[in-house]
Design a protein around this ligand. Structure first.
Ligand SMILES: [Zn+2]
Ligand SMILES: [Zn+2]
Length: 134
């Protein structure tokens, strides 16, 4: 069982099942939303996610891929928690920094390296894609 939550503790979540992939995303939306150079995103089947507390949802229509994304965050402390495609694909993205123990979830791939900040180096051996992977 994977668990995590926001900075203030209003949001807690549990994830059952195996993560599909862990990716660093260097898109402009992730940079703005995280206030940092990139997001580390854990993709999991949405059916295995249980949340306590009320998430606030922002529908982000100005995405690099052109697909609207629901960005779900704690309305009290602002921590970004999940994002998922507005049209739905059975998956949700968990921001790895909100996991209680992110250590086991090293990102295996980088996406949107076309907007990667020049002072960020990819970890050795990690594959990078200029836009979405595959
Ligand atoms: Zn919070
Ligand atoms: Zn992104």
């Amino acid at each position: 069982m994977i668990e995590g939550g926001c900075n203030c503790g209003a949001i807690r979540y549990k994830i059952e099942g195996k993560p599909v992939v862990v990716a660093q995303c260097h898109c402009k939306n992730c940079q703005r939303q995280s206030g940092s150079a990139f997001s580390v995103n854990l993709m999991v089947p949405v059916a295995g996610v249980t949340t306590t507390g009320e998430l606030t949802t922002y529908e982000d229509r100005d995405t690099r891929s052109g697909n609207p994304v629901h960005r779900r965050f704690c309305g009290k402390c602002g921590s970004p928690i999940f994002s998922d495609l507005a049209e739905g694909n059975g998956m949700t993205i968990v921001k790895v920094g909100t996991l209680d123990d992110p250590a086991p979830f090293a990102p295996v791939v980088s996406v949107w390296t076309s907007t990667k900040m020049p002072w960020v180096d990819l970890p050795e051996g990690q594959r990078g894609f200029p836009e979405n992977a595959g």
